[in-house]
Design a protein around this ligand. Structure first.
Ligand code: HPA
Length: 244
């Protein structure tokens, strides 16, 4: 029986349409999980939902216990993880409101607990991360977007930064030169930890602002919020269509 986990990010702290059957508060050997895990039925599918930033959005990206979150999902027996990420758009096509299913990652984060093998490392723990997202799951999401008649970019490079501040214009230019299409704060180490456990993992990114220096004026949280409300509704539709 397939059990899909959805990790919701900014603007996605609950899963509308999830018929909750139970709620579990989990402690792991890595510490506390971001939020109680909600388990239930979503459009006829067994789904586990976890709010990455806690239900009240009190956990900033660098304080999230990524290891505890992925461990909890593994312990619950999920077979795959769909991550939802709000991001900034770097390349021109990544405008506010665009949905993207990225296919690559560049990790700019530091000082995050980024592996399950920090203490008892074996040579076999060098995971292959050439393709950081699971291609089958990515294709299901792309098909879901097509079925739901939603426009979604079928690939892109996600650059993950520490935050919580947004980038400088020069940092964004450097990320662009590196090949990044998107910038976000939560994609890593989440994706790598899922791979360490052999859990298929893919992400749905919603662009909520043009990245620093890519639009005139300041980046404001109010403007991001407006994009989030409508955009995350579409993300929910995309997930529902891709599970069927
Ligand atoms: N930069 C980094 N993370 C983000 C951004 C951004 O511009 N927007 C939303 N998350």
């Amino acid at each position: 029986m397939s059990m899909t986990a959805i990790i919701g990010g900014t603007g996605f702290t609950d899963l509308d349409g999830l018929n909750i059957q139970r709620e579990e508060i989990l402690e792991t050997c890595w510490g506390a999980v971001s939020a109680p895990v909600l388990i239930g039925d979503f459009h006829g599918h067994e789904v586990v939902f976890l709010a990455r930033h806690a239900p009240d959005h009190s956990l900033p990206p660098h304080k999230i216990n990524y290891r505890a979150n992925i461990q909890a999902l593994k312990t619950l027996g999920v077979n795959r993880i769909i991550a939802v990420n709000a991001v900034g758009g770097i390349t021109e096509s990544m405008d506010s409101g665009v949905i993207c299913i990225p296919d690559q990652i560049i990790d700019y984060t530091s000082n995050r607990e980024h592996t399950f093998f920090s203490d008892d490392f074996e040579v076999t723990n060098h995971i292959d991360f050439t393709m950081p997202y699971d291609e089958m799951l990515r294709q299901s999401l792309i098909q879901g977007a097509i079925k739901a008649k939603l426009d979604a970019k079928q690939g892109g490079v996600y650059g993950c930064v520490n935050g919580p501040r947004l980038e400088t214009a020069a940092e964004i230019l450097r990320m662009e030169r590196d090949g990044c299409d998107l910038t976000g704060m939560t994609g890593m180490p989440e994706a790598a930890l899922a791979r360490e456990f052999g859990l298929p993992y893919a992400s749905i990114c919603l662009v909520v602002n043009r990245a620093a220096g890519k639009a005139i004026g300041e980046i404001t949280i109010d403007a991001m919020r407006q994009v989030l409300v409508e955009g995350m509704q579409k993300v929910r539709q995309l997930i529902a269509a891709s599970l069927i």
